[in-house]
Design a protein around this ligand. Sequence first.
Ligand SMILES: Cc1cc2nc3c(=O)[nH]c(=O)nc-3n(C[C@H](O)[C@H](O)[C@H](O)COP(=O)(O)O)c2cc1C
Length: 190
Amino acid sequence: MENTAEIINKTIRGRRSIFPPSYIQKEIPVEIIETILENANYAPTHRLTEPWRFMVFRGDSRQKLAHFFMERYKSITAPEAFSQARYEAAGEKVMKSDCVIVINMEVHTDKVPEWEEVAAVACAVQNMWLTATAHDIGAYWSSPGVLDLLGEYLELPENQKCLGMFFMGYHQAPETAARRTPIENKVIWA
Ligand SMILES: Cc1cc2nc3c(=O)[nH]c(=O)nc-3n(C[C@H](O)[C@H](O)[C@H](O)COP(=O)(O)O)c2cc1C
């Protein structure tokens, strides 16, 4: 039987970005989504600002998110270049995912600099990603260049910023090794 250190090494090193084209149609039980969110809440946080905020889109509510990307395509496409197929494809990543969690950050500039809030949210997302991996759920953090507009569309409060989306789905992606250069190139033992 593997001990805790072996399990954590395997989970961290085995985590991959798994994208919606590999997702299959299989519902993620709500209890697992709750566990993923609960584990996010255990991320480290300077001065306990707990800046992570999430919006969960599953089932029919995914349409609202897909609609944003479809309308975005329409708004940046000249009428003569508009294609109905591309319009529908713009929402496909969302609709192929069983669940999409929008990742937001609440800033507390009176307490800590913004970069520390970003770092804490990233730790929360890594907790989510590792938990998804442990449940054989594919996931990845997506950060398209329209996050400010998405935040507006979702009517985030003034003190929140959208940092991306966490796409999730059971999947049929083959196992792949991580592409990384050696850690020795990035460390100085002073
Ligand atoms: C903050 C952040 C934002 C990311 N945004 C995107 C993205 O918009 N599109 C994408 O394909 N991958 C995105 N990724 C995933 C990376 O591409 C991925 O982590 C990298 O290729 C390494 O692959 P691995 O996660 O399988 O180890 C993002 C990752 C992070 C940490």
